[in-house]
Ligand binder design. Structure first.
Ligand SMILES: NC(=O)c1ccc[n+]([C@@H]2O[C@H](COP(=O)([O-])OP(=O)(O)OC[C@H]3O[C@@H](n4cnc5c(N)ncnc54)[C@H](O)[C@@H]3O)[C@@H](O)[C@H]2O)c1
Length: 381
């Protein structure tokens, strides 16, 4: 019993018998002869020569690599990198012009690097990623704008109450870490931290805004107030999507931004037209009074994928009648004219307006006018 206690109380290294410690001997030092043996081994069968040739090839490759990269970028005008985006399997392409400035999609690759003319640059050294709110981002124009901003590499938060917008318009972005969707009515305030606000929330077609005119005025007035208040609080830049309808029943053709319009405050369309005029007034007063950076776009007729087929507008009417194999309806003699711009052109214009210094108002549309008969003729039957 005593012996056991003593063993557990003593340190192990103190108890090792001398006879055992003397058995240990450190590994013998290599004999100097082994060095000369290694050298003779290297010299034998030209092994040294092979090693030197390998080093030469390796260093030549690393020295020449940047100039090779430069040469290839000079011959190919644009395309630099192609990689899978975060959004599912859709492949995105990054374009740069001759100066190395990004033109469209900016996508990180697996190794978290961006490519440009001068070689590979770690993410974070390039353009600062912006956080952007798009109200009405699940609608026709909004969803295309969101696509462009996400492809450019920004973080986008969509606010939408899905009155006319649809989740299908943005479903391809679900799961993308740079995309967020909030079901929210802009008539109620919201607090977010962002750099830019694109304020689109408002139904654009008469069928939809006439459905609840008072709600439409609230959306235009209170919704715009809330978004301007947010912009003021967080110091964000604000863009309002207004409309060519602010010119009313114009007496000037084509309308310049300096024209004040020929308007009707009491008609059935006034909830939209006057609502947008008030939204413009609020925007300019926040700009002048509170120093907010604002932009105003006056949008003319726009068409493209994801527009609502039953919104009563002429392009969607014709398209839906073609799809349903029905005869096309042309009102009057069909000689009345309209202008139509494609949605991607509008989205390019909105982003250019936001990024540049022009406050606006700024007309965005196609300067060319077409008769309804001309439009009907280009529709396949
Ligand atoms: N499409 C055009 O030809 C055209 C022409 C002139 C102006 N605009 C303007 O462009 C913007 C977008 O138009 P669009 O054609 O995409 O219309 P749209 O109806 O397809 O999209 C509007 C979006 O706003 C959402 N929304 C409506 N009220 C809201 C509310 N109170 N809170 C939150 N979300 C709300 C809708 O659900 C929808 O997603 C609108 O401001 C419109 O006035 C469009």
């Amino acid at each position: 019993m005593k012996q056991l206690q003593r063993q557990s109380g003593t340190r192990r290294d103190e108890d090792i018998p001398i006879s055992q410690t003397s058995l240990y001997s450190p590994k013998a030092l290599k004999h100097p002869k082994s060095l000369s043996r290694s050298i003779s081994y290297l010299l034998k069968e030209q092994r040294l020569l092979f090693i030197l040739v390998g080093i030469l090839i390796g260093s030549t490759f690393f020295i020449l690599q940047p100039s090779l990269y430069h040469l290839s970028s000079g011959t190919h005008n644009h395309l630099i990198a192609r990689s899978n985006s975060f959004a599912g399997n859709r492949e995105s392409i990054t374009y740069y012009d001759h100066n190395g400035v990004m033109e469209t999609n900016s996508v990180e690759n697996k190794n978290n690097y961006k490519y440009h003319n001068g070689g590979r640059v770690p993410v974070g050294i390039g353009r600062k990623r912006k956080r952007i709110v798009v109200t009405g981002g699940a609608g026709f124009v909004g969803s295309h704008l969101v696509d462009k901003l996400i492809a450019r590499g920004d973080d986008v938060i969509v606010i939408d109450n899905f009155f006319t917008g649809r989740k299908e318009n943005v479903v391809h972005l679900f799961g993308n870490p740079r995309f967020e969707l909030i079901r929210h009515d802009v008539v109620e305030p919201i607090l977010l931290e962002v750099d830019q606000i694109y304020h689109l929330a408002c139904p654009a077609s008469p069928v939809h805004y006439k459905y609840n005119p008072v709600k439409n005025i609230k959306t235009n007035v209170m919704g715009t107030l809330n978004m301007l208040g947010l912009a003021k609080r967080i110091g964000a830049r604000f863009l309002l999507t207004s409309t060519s309808e602010v010119y009313g029943d114009p007496l000037e053709h084509p309308q310049k931004e300096t024209y004040w319009g020929h308007v009707n405050p009491i008609g059935v369309r006034s909830c939209y037209d006057e609502g947008k005029r008030t939204a413009e007034t609020l925007t300019m007063d926040y700009h002048r009074g509170a120093g907010i950076e604002v932009r105003i776009a006056r949008i003319f007729n726009t068409y493209g994928p994801r527009m609502c087929l039953d919104d009563g507008r002429v392009v969607s009417n014709f398209v839906s009648q073609v799809i349903r194999k029905q005869p096309m309806t042309v009102y009057g003699d069909g000689k009345q004219t309209r202008s139509f711009q494609y949605v991607s052109d509008l989205v390019d214009g909105l982003v250019a307006l936001m990024e540049n210094e022009h406050v606006g108002p700024f007309n965005l549309g196609n300067p060319g006018e077409f008769t309804m008969l001309e439009l009907a003729e280009v529709c396949p039957t």
